[in-house]
Every structure is written in C-alpha cells, then in structure tokens.
Design a protein around this ligand. Structure first.
Ligand code: NAI
Ligand code: 13P
Length: 413
C-alpha cells in the first residue's frame, strides 16, 4: 500500500488469546495488517496458552506417521490452522503463534485482548511492565469484572492493571461464522483519551505536561469518575483513532461501526450470555419460539436496567437497540451461541451444564454460567435481586434452587 505519510513508524499489533474467537479475530487483524502495510507492521503475534494437541484424522493435515502429541503453537505456525479451537480455517501466513506472553506483546502499540474472562486478570498481571507504556488496547472479552464491591468493564480492568487506555469490540459474532467469512457486523467502542489541556476546566490538571493524556473513567456504583493519566502515543505513530481501528478490524465480510460507548458495548456483550442460557433452557423444554422471545424481551430490559443503574452517566442506552453489540448479539446468541446450545442440551439430556460444556466444547469455555454467578453476587450485595428477575432465575437454576419450569411465573412477578 501507500507511503507512511507524515508518520515515521507503523503500529505493531499483538493478539492476546487464541481460542475460538481469539483466533478468528487474529485472522481478521492479520489480513488487515497485510492489506494496510502503510499503517501496520504486517506480522501479527498471537499469544497461545500452550498445550499439546493431536491433529484429528478428519484434517487434511493428519499424518498417520505422527504418533505423539505436538505443541499447539508449532502446529499453528507450520500448517497455519488452529486445529483445536478453530479447525478447518486457513490462517494468514503473517500470523505467528507464540507461547510467550512477553515476546507476543514486545514493542506492540496495539494490544487486542481476547480470552475467556476468567483468565484475563492473571494474564494482565503477567504483562505488567512488559508492554509499551503508550500502547492502546481493545478488549474483545464478553464478561464484566464484577465482585461484591463493585463492577468494572474488562476494558477498564485491563487499562488500570497495565496503565493504558483500552476500548472494546463486541457484536453479533459467532466466531465460526466470522472465520468462514460469512457477513456480519460488529461494534468497536473507543473513547480516545484527550490531551489534558483540553480536559473540561474542573478536571484540568495544572501540572500536566503536553504529552499527558487523561481519561475519565467510571469509578464505582456511585456514578463517580476517576481521572487517569496516560502516556501519549509518540507523534511518530499514526494516532489510534476511530479511522485506524476501522482499518484494523473492518473486512468485506466483517463490517465495523466505531462508537464512543465503551460501557454500552461491553455491558451488552457480557449480560446477553446470561439471557442466552435462559433461552437455551426454554428451547430445551420444547416451549417454542414465543417462549424464547419472551425470555429475550425480559432479558434485554434487564440488560438496559443494569447498564443505566451502574453506568448511568457514561452509557448510551441506544447502543442496546441500535448497535450490533446490543440486540443483534442477543438474537444471534439466543439462536446458535455456545451458551444457548449447551443450556438446551442440558435440559434435553437432564445433565448439568458444566458437564455438557466439557463434553461438547473441546476446551472452549462458556461465559454465561460464571457471569451469572458473578452478577448475582453483586446484585445480592446491593439488595436488588428482585429488580432483575430473569438474571436471578438463571442463577437460581444454575445453583439447583429453582427449576426451568418456574421461569414464567418468576419473571412475571
Ligand atoms: N467464540 C465465540 O463465538 C465468541 C466469543 N466471544 C468472547 O471472546 C472471549 C474469548 O472467547 P474464545 O476465544 O471463544 O475462547 P474459548 O471459549 O475458545 O476458550 C478457550 C481458550 O482459553 C484458553 N485457556 C484455557 N485455560 C487458560 C488459562 N489458564 N489461561 C489462559 N488461557 C486459557 C485456551 O488456551 C483457549 O485459547 C470470551 O469472552 C467470549 O465470550 C465473543 C464473540 C464470539
Ligand atoms: O458472543 C457470541 C456471539 O456474538 C458467542 O456466544 P457464545 O459464547 O454463547 O457462543
């Protein structure tokens, strides 16, 4: 592609995570860095939580002479396929798998985080001090960092842990469909940090240098904001803005809309997983599409209520209905997502969902079960479980304290 224009340096992009969605997003990013080599270095590093794998007999790469298991990173780099988490999908040759977190992120200016949410905090702890201080992040994680004490978006948790700004990517994106290049949309949320001198007067810091940026970050359930100082990206690099992020993620089969509402995009991606469990159970009961639509209606209402209550000052509730990350993701997840499919099977087989997850997903992870427990713990602590009857019902069913048959009467209360 063209020249660097006024910029002397190109962005180096790393993807932290290589599961089903992690690998699909790494494929997109590597395709785009190759197609836009004026802005990005072509080679993309992808961190793999290393494990031994066997190439299945059904794969064109199966070799009967290979009798012992092989390292997943070596397989990906040799045959350009993630045989365990995204089988059958050819990966670009400029995507390199690495078992080392430190090597993966070295010198990277854009970090894409894409792991099941239960692993992100530990992974970020290991990244502390290993990244460029002016790097920028995008979290593709669907989950929220909830404890009894408070809620953080994972973009915020990543940002705080690493001292960087982090946005979010979320949408109606079943990974296998996106990897097969079937058309879909997504939402990228990025509210670029501003020069401190441009900050609203009450928040302006008298001691800030021209290179300091500030970000106003949701603080806690009181709706307060904390002021976070960030290192500005050196002027040798193209600024990480909506245009650059669109160039990084948009493909002819993956249409990106970039918005500012990081909270709305993240919250809907996390909470729809709880609703998808209920949709799967209801479907497993054979109750039909009307019943599933009822669960989705109440679920969407609770998603919006949760967002307004705990992220009221920052969230744009139109995100829930107008962006891919909102109702579109709810619909696709309640049609063919893993949470939906495993919940449905658990009713049909009368088997705990955790057992279905182990037997059906080959190491992929459900996010709804854990998110349900985490959100419930938080709601209980706030004393407002009754304002979220569907979320509460899902948690009680997972805990074995309520049956799926009780959902209609419970959500009508
Ligand atoms: N799969 C999908 O269709 C989509 C998933 N997402 C979201 O993307 C995020 C990542 O999901 P997937 O890539 O699908 O993951 P996945 O469900 O395929 O999970 C497996 C991944 O977890 C890794 N892992 C296992 N133990 C680990 C450990 N102790 N530490 C670090 N990593 C470990 C595995 O190596 C593997 O890469 C989730 O939050 C998910 O909700 C979002 C859109 C679509
Ligand atoms: O987030 C998804 C689709 O947008 C995938 O959901 P599952 O994790 O339930 O498969």
């Amino acid at each position: 592609m063209g020249s660097l224009g006024p910029y002397q340096r190109k962005h180096k992009v790393a993807v932290v995570g290589s599961g089903n969605w992690g690998t699909a997003i790494a494929k997109i990013v590597a395709e785009n860095t190759a197609a836009n080599s004026d802005v990005f270095q072509e080679k993309v590093e992808m961190w793999v939580f290393e494990e031994d794998v066997e190439i299945p007999k059904t794969s064109q790469h199966y070799d009967p002479a290979q009798t012992s298991p092989q390292k997943l990173t070596e397989v990906i780099n040799r045959i350009h396929e993630n045989v365990k988490y995204l089988p059958g999908i050819p990966l670009p040759a400029n995507l390199h798998a690495s078992p080392s977190l430190e090597e993966t992120v070295k010198d990277s200016t854009i970090l894409v985080f894409n792991l099941p949410h239960q692993f992100i905090i530990k992974t970020c702890e290991q990244l502390k001090g290993k990244i460029l201080p002016y790097a920028r992040g995008i979290s593709c994680i669907k989950g929220v960092d909830v404890s009894e004490e408070g809620i953080n978006l994972f973009s915020e948790t990543i940002g705080k842990t690493l001292g960087i700004y982090c946005g979010a990517l979320s949408g109606a994106n079943i990974a296998n469909e996106v990897a097969q290049e079937k058309w879909s949309e997504t939402s990228v949320a990025y509210d670029a940090p501003t020069l401190d001198s441009k900050a609203p007067t009450p928040q302006r810091s008298p001691n800030a240098s021209q290179t300091d940026l500030v970000q106003f970050e949701h603080k806690d359930t009181s709706g307060q904001f904390s002021r976070v100082k960030l290192q500005a990206l050196p002027s040798e690099y193209p600024p990480v803005d909506h245009a650059v992020l669109k160039t990084l993620f948009h493909r002819h089969y993956f249409h990106v809309r970039v918005v500012n509402d990081v909270a709305g995009v993240s919250i809907s991606g996390a909470l729809k997983n709880i609703v998808a469990l209920a949709a799967g159970w209801v479907d497993g009961m054979g109750w039909g599409d009307n019943a599933k639509a009822a669960v989705m209606r109440v679920g969407l209402m609770e998603m919006v209520r949760f967002g307004e209550k705990f992220f009221g000052a920052t969230i744009d509730t139109r995100t829930f209905t107008e962006e891919s990350a909102g109702v579109a993701d709810l619909i696709t997840s309640c049609s063919g997502g893993r949470n939906f499919r495993c919940a449905k099977l658990s009713v049909e087989r009368n088997q705990p969902i955790g057992e279905v997850e182990k037997s059906e997903l080959n190491g992929q992870k459900l996010q709804g079960t854990l998110t349900s427990a985490e959100v419930n713990k938080f709601l209980k602590k706030q004393g407002i479980e009754d304002q979220f009857p569907l979320f509460t019902a899902v948690n009680r069913i997972l805990e074995g304290k309520m049956s799926v048959a009780d959902i209609p009467s419970h959500i009508e209360r």
